[in-house]
Design a protein around this ligand. Structure first.
Ligand code: GAP
Length: 454
């Protein structure tokens, strides 16, 4: 039975203690808002990205993948509007020199102790000014304005500028999509809340190209499908919702936008945005590059610039949501355990193997099982400490299954298989073990509907 309150501090502590996430450059005092994924974290995040890729790309014939460079021609950002529009309003406190987002002063606290809301101390705030969030750098050895390039603030633009390349080589026609997972960078004025808002993060983006007029149905379809993805991977339905943007919240390119929101310990926050970007981006790139990015439908003898539906998710933010949602503490006060109830297919380690004793041929038998299971799933081996402690260590890591090799194993070729959530154990024949483990840790079946029609 769950009886825990999940706080961001508990998640941060677990992540550090168990090697999910470390502060970047920690031995030098750390670099604010930058994080490194440790041995368990890198597996968890890989599994989150793999789950997204499987659902979005591999399981569908109408979506292909792409992996674009982070540095792109500066004109891309002129055409997309990022150079002029991708900014947040910023104010400075003349006293403490703190910098804050002018539209988020309510939640902000100044760096001076005791910490106050900006403007509530003696410090005067400057007028708000637009602060562009793109990181600027220089290409080549000369640091002049002609050599200025930007770290991409979204992966989407790499997809738009490759639209014709993909259409010509993959022979797809709308409705079809191009997906990409990759790093994006934003010089956020106020990053924070652990992995939630960082300056370097990974996005999982899909640009789905449709015929104008069919966009509303696809917009609706992708909202439902993306919401269901989180549910399929175990997110508590009570903590997940779709929220449509009000007119005044819409980005300059969007006809409609809807967020998948999750109730983090810091409150309800955006997990993913699903936008109807219309033909804005392709038209902008047509205008700025002089290249024809329209689509000619051979069958209908019709030329048009496709509309785009864009589900855009953060890999780090999704990983944080899965961690928060899975975190649990259960058991009586004197025998409490911390357990990550991750969906088995997301768990960093699928099965841990334990020899009951460090002698009598049990470690050797356990190593045989590591070779057997390791051929198909991520495994771990632990022979130190009491068996109870070893189970608890794996519970904290989210490992769904534990296999114990005991003296009976040597007699009848069976092992005990322990379930992380119920803590129940069953005796399983080694000849069936691999199939049982693969089945119990398999991903959920893909979303059944391939289009708004079915
Ligand atoms: N191409 C559209 C786009 O980039 P966005 O709403 O700005 O839209 C999409 O970003 C997703 O990327 C967000 O829902 C969030 O999950 C993730 N994201 C954005 N900024 C982030 C940041 N500073 N840190 C972590 N994740 C971020």
């Amino acid at each position: 039975m769950s009886n825990s309150v999940v706080t961001m501090d508990k998640i941060v502590n677990l992540c550090k203690r168990r090697g999910f996430v470390f502060q970047s450059s920690e031995i030098y005092g750390g670099l604010i808002s930058c994080y490194d994924y440790g041995p368990l974290g890198v597996e968890l995040k890989r599994n989150v990205k793999e789950a997204w890729w499987r659902d979005t790309v591999s399981s569908r014939a109408d979506i292909v993948g792409l992996d674009c460079s982070i540095l792109m021609h500066p004109k891309v950002w002129e055409a997309s509007g990022h150079l002029t529009n991708f900014s947040d309003p910023m104010v400075d406190c003349k006293l403490c020199k703190g910098r804050f987002r002018a539209d988020q002063l309510e939640q902000a606290r100044c760096p001076k102790k005791p910490s106050k809301r900006p403007g509530e101390c003696e410090g005067e705030l400057t007028e708000a000014r637009a602060f562009n969030l793109m990181f600027k750098t220089h290409m080549g050895p000369v640091e002049d304005t002609a050599a200025a390039v930007y770290l991409r603030p979204e992966t989407a633009q790499g997809i738009f500028v490759n639209f014709s390349n993909v259409v010509n080589t993959s022979r797809n026609k709308p409705p079809f999509g191009i997906a990409q997972i990759g790093k994006s960078f934003r010089n956020e004025i106020t990053p924070g809340n652990f992995l939630f808002r960082t300056r370097e993060f990974e996005q999982m983006e899909l640009e789905y190209f449709v015929k104008p007029g069919e966009d509303d149905a696809w917009y609706e379809y992708w909202q439902q499908r993306r919401l269901q993805w989180y549910l399929d991977y175990g997110i508590d339905p009570a903590k997940l919702t779709l929220r449509a943007h009000d007119e005044d919240e819409l980005a300059h390119y969007a006809k409609g936008c809807c967020d998948v929101e999750y109730e983090f310990p810091i409150g309800w926050q955006e997990l993913e945005g699903i936008a109807n970007r219309t033909d804005f981006d392709l038209k902008q790139h047509i205008e700025h590059s002089g290249k024809d990015l329209s689509f000619f439908d051979e069958q209908d003898k019709e030329r048009y610039v496709p509309y785009v539906i864009e589900p855009s998710a953060g890999a780090d933010r999704a990983t944080l949501a899965f961690l928060v949602d899975a975190y649990d503490e259960d058991g009586p006060e004197n025998d409490r355990r911390t357990v990550l109830r991750l969906h088995p297919s997301l768990a960093p380690i699928k099965v841990a193997v334990f020899p009951l004793m460090r002698k009598g041929g049990l470690p050797e038998k356990a190593q045989e099982l590591i070779a057997l299971l390791g051929s198909r799933v991520a495994v771990d081996y632990d022979q130190s400490g009491s068996i109870g402690r070893r189970y608890r260590r794996q519970d904290e890591a989210g490992t769904p299954l534990g296999v114990t090799v005991d003296y009976q194993t040597l007699e009848d070729e069976t092992v005990t298989l322990r379930d992380r959530d119920t803590m129940e154990q069953e005796r399983v024949a080694i000849s069936e073990l691999l199939d049982v483990v693969v089945e119990k840790t398999a991903p959920p079946p893909p979303y059944p509907k391939l289009s708004p029609g079915g």
